[in-house]
Design a protein around this ligand. Structure first.
Ligand code: SF4
Length: 177
């Protein structure tokens, strides 16, 4: 069987979904037997590669770098998975939406209290005025909810994809809380 080319991307999220991925513990060793991680915060690859089978996308879309990455990721990936509640709905990352656009948020968080934005302009990617879920920018094939999705739930989805099945979450994998 051909090895699955797996990518994971980290957009506007707390990295908790990636931590949950690592919580798959010894299953990661099994995974290493069938999967090549070709792009991820876990590996030192700068450019999103061609020919990716599955991409787990953590986090909501909240800055200009995310808008640049997602079309490339979409064009080079067969199955895009919206990975975790921030990717699926905006969740925690979108809590800033009711407080105004990017300028207003920076003003309220940093400037209004007499402070300054803690970096030079142009170094940190510009914030978007509104945080949106991944499917608002590119089509996705699958949603993997949870904040974060549990390790068994991530495993169930990956096992199905590796075996060429459409993932179907049921039983404990759709219990929340
Ligand atoms: Fe963090 Fe939860 Fe968002 Fe995942 S879904 S990035 S754990 S806040």
């Amino acid at each position: 069987m051909a090895r699955l080319r797996l990518a994971t991307a980290w957009l506007g999220g707390c990295s908790g979904c990636h931590m949950s991925f690592l919580d798959m513990d010894e299953f990661l060793i099994d995974l290493a037997g069938t999967v090549d991680v070709v792009f991820s915060p876990f590996v030192d690859v700068k450019e999103y590669p061609e020919g990716v089978d599955v991409a787990l996308v953590e986090g909501a879309v909240c800055n200009e770098d995310h808008l640049r990455l997602l079309p490339l990721l979409r064009a080079r990936t067969r199955t895009v998975v919206s990975f975790g509640d921030c990717a699926v709905t905006g969740n925690v990352t979108a809590l800033r939406n009711p407080f105004g656009g990017a300028e207003s948020i920076l003003d309220q968080v940093y400037l209004g209290s007499g402070g300054r934005v803690p970096c030079e302009p142009g170094i940190v990617p510009a914030l978007l005025d509104k945080v949106v879920p991944v499917h608002a920018v590119i089509p996705v094939e699958l949603y993997l909810p949870g904040c974060p999705p549990s390790a068994p739930r991530i495993r169930a989805v990956l096992e199905a994809l590796i075996e060429g099945r459409t993932p179907r979450l049921e039983g404990e994998d759709i219990r929340f809380g």
